[in-house]
Every structure is written in C-alpha cells, then in structure tokens.
Design a binder for this molecule. Sequence first.
Ligand SMILES: *[C@@H]1O[C@H](CO)[C@@H](O)[C@H](O)[C@H]1NC(C)=O
Ligand SMILES: *[C@@H]1O[C@H](CO)[C@@H](O)[C@H](O)[C@H]1NC(C)=O
Ligand SMILES: *[C@@H]1O[C@H](CO)[C@@H](O)[C@H](O)[C@H]1NC(C)=O
Ligand SMILES: *[C@@H]1O[C@H](CO)[C@@H](O)[C@H](O)[C@H]1NC(C)=O
Ligand SMILES: *[C@@H]1O[C@H](CO)[C@@H](O)[C@H](O)[C@H]1NC(C)=O
Ligand SMILES: *[C@@H]1O[C@H](CO)[C@@H](O)[C@H](O)[C@H]1NC(C)=O
Length: 233
Amino acid sequence: MKMKAGCNQLKPVLLLFIINLCFYASCESTELQVCKLCSGTVLNGTAVGQFCAVSAGRIDGRCCVTNDNTTDPERIIGLDLSNCSLTQVGDLHESSTAVMIDLSLNPLVNLSDTVFQGFTELNHMILPVDIDCPGGNMSWSKVEIKERNRLCDDQKNMCNRSGELSIDCPENSFCTPYGPGFFECSCADNYHGYKCLREGEFPALQVFGPLGASTVVLSILLWVTQRRKVKPL
Ligand SMILES: *[C@@H]1O[C@H](CO)[C@@H](O)[C@H](O)[C@H]1NC(C)=O
Ligand SMILES: *[C@@H]1O[C@H](CO)[C@@H](O)[C@H](O)[C@H]1NC(C)=O
Ligand SMILES: *[C@@H]1O[C@H](CO)[C@@H](O)[C@H](O)[C@H]1NC(C)=O
Ligand SMILES: *[C@@H]1O[C@H](CO)[C@@H](O)[C@H](O)[C@H]1NC(C)=O
Ligand SMILES: *[C@@H]1O[C@H](CO)[C@@H](O)[C@H](O)[C@H]1NC(C)=O
Ligand SMILES: *[C@@H]1O[C@H](CO)[C@@H](O)[C@H](O)[C@H]1NC(C)=O
C-alpha cells in the first residue's frame, strides 16, 4: 500500500521529466528546418557564402548561422535557397533574423509579401527576375536587375517616410518596422487595448500568467508532436 502511494507520487514527476525530455529532443531536431528545405549546403562562391565568411558565420545546410555564443538560440543570418526547384515559398519564419536571402534560380510563380513579415534585419534579397521585391520597390532603397536576378537592397524603414504615405499610429503608440512593407504600432508603456486607449497595468496578466504559460507549452508540444508526423518537404 505504501509503495503504491510512493509510486503514484513519482509518476507525475517522471511523466513531466519524460515530456520535457521529448520536448527538448524534438525541439532540437525540428530546429532550423528551413536550412534543410533543399539538399546541399551554402557554397563558398555564392553571395550568401561570401556574406557568411565576412560575418564569421557558420554554415548549416542552406543557412548561415551566427557563430557567437552570446545569442541563444543561434540566429540565422543568411539563407540560400537558390536552385532548389521551388515553385512557391511557404513558411520561412525560422529565418526571420536573416540579413540576406537568396531565392534565385527557382521557378517561382509568385511570392507573398506576408512571407517576410517580421523580417526586420533583411537587407539583401536575390530573386528570379520576374518576381517583385517583397513590399514593392518602395520598400527598398535600391532595386536592380543583374544577369537573371532581381536584387533588393537596403530595406526601408516604413515608419520613416515623409509625404504621401505617412504612417499614423494611434495616440499613445509608436511605430516600429516589421519587415519589408510592414510596420507595427506598439502601445507606449502603460497603455494597452484597442488603439492603446486604456491606461495602467494590465491586471489580468498576473491572473492568467501561469495558465497562459502552460497553454503555450502545451501548444508547442502539440505543434512539435503533430509536426513530426508530417513528412518534411
Ligand atoms: C569553403 O571555405 C572554407 C573556409 O574558407 C573552407 O574550409 C572550405 O574547404 C571551403 N569549401 C569549399 C567547398 O571550397
Ligand atoms: C563563448 O565565447 C567566449 C568568448 O567569446 C569564449 O571564451 C568561450 O570559450 C565560448 N564558449 C563556447 C562554449 O564556445
Ligand atoms: C542547379 O542544380 C543542378 C542540379 O542540382 C546542377 O546541375 C546545376 O549546376 C545547378 N546550377 C547552378 C547554377 O548552380
Ligand atoms: C500564386 O499564384 C497562384 C496561381 O496563380 C495562386 O493560386 C496563389 O494564390 C498565388 N499565391 C500568392 C501568395 O499570391
Ligand atoms: C521596380 O524597379 C525595377 C527596377 O528598377 C523595375 O524594373 C520595375 O518595373 C519596378 N516595379 C514597379 C512595380 O515599379
Ligand atoms: C529617416 O530617414 C533619413 C534618410 O533616409 C535618415 O537620415 C534618418 O535617420 C531616418 N530617421 C529614422 C528615425 O530612422
């Protein structure tokens, strides 16, 4: 009887341990899937390869990742999906920290602007010539055609435009760039809610804190386990 009770007490701990173990193990293996979207690695002679060498990055499949141990987890700074037979581009959010992305030599039909939403660091893109720069020409300081590629260089800050299309964030909020063609209005400190109209601390945050945290963990767990059943492209 006593032993059984002890066993029952142990179980949740063990289960939690196993879940954590699985969670971190799958986290590890699903990390940076975008780097394996197609075979091969970044080659030395390519634009991303050269950028990676200059930036003292490390090549991991089709990615260049930061090699410093100050950032955790590692950040993708370059993504080379050139010559990958891609007809469309899906989810690239893992590479949202990328400075350079090469999608050249792919039979792309179109490219959605939303793919690069949140890509605030992105400053160099190489695209097939018939694909427009994300966010349009006005989102980049320089757009040019070289050989069979379209080059989009130096992402413009959407919050810093004068004239026709000036950005108006609601009162008590400020504009922050959010990738080519996108911006975000963030509430100033102490304001929240729709159009940042309410002032003061958000009292529900503390109440829902633990619940929110476990929901996030559960969602990630579900996402990870469900995702493993899906065959990678
Ligand atoms: C690429 O460059 C690195 C470092 O300069 C070198 O170690 C590696 O052998 C090169 N790879 C190829 C395929 O040239
Ligand atoms: C982390 O970086 C510091 C200095 O940049 C270096 O001394 C240390 O050995 C590094 N640690 C690992 C595990 O790479
Ligand atoms: C593209 O890939 C094919 C096969 O993987 C290869 O034969 C070809 O040389 C590559 N083209 C370029 C420009 O790298
Ligand atoms: C790309 O083009 C296809 C076919 O014209 C269309 O069905 C699809 O919605 C387009 N995708 C985007 C992101 O515009
Ligand atoms: C964007 O710029 C390129 C290169 O200057 C030009 O060929 C293209 O027509 C422009 N696109 C639009 C929509 O203005
Ligand atoms: C706005 O753009 C101008 C010129 O492009 C630049 O000098 C200025 O620093 C920018 N301001 C901000 C807040 O980014």
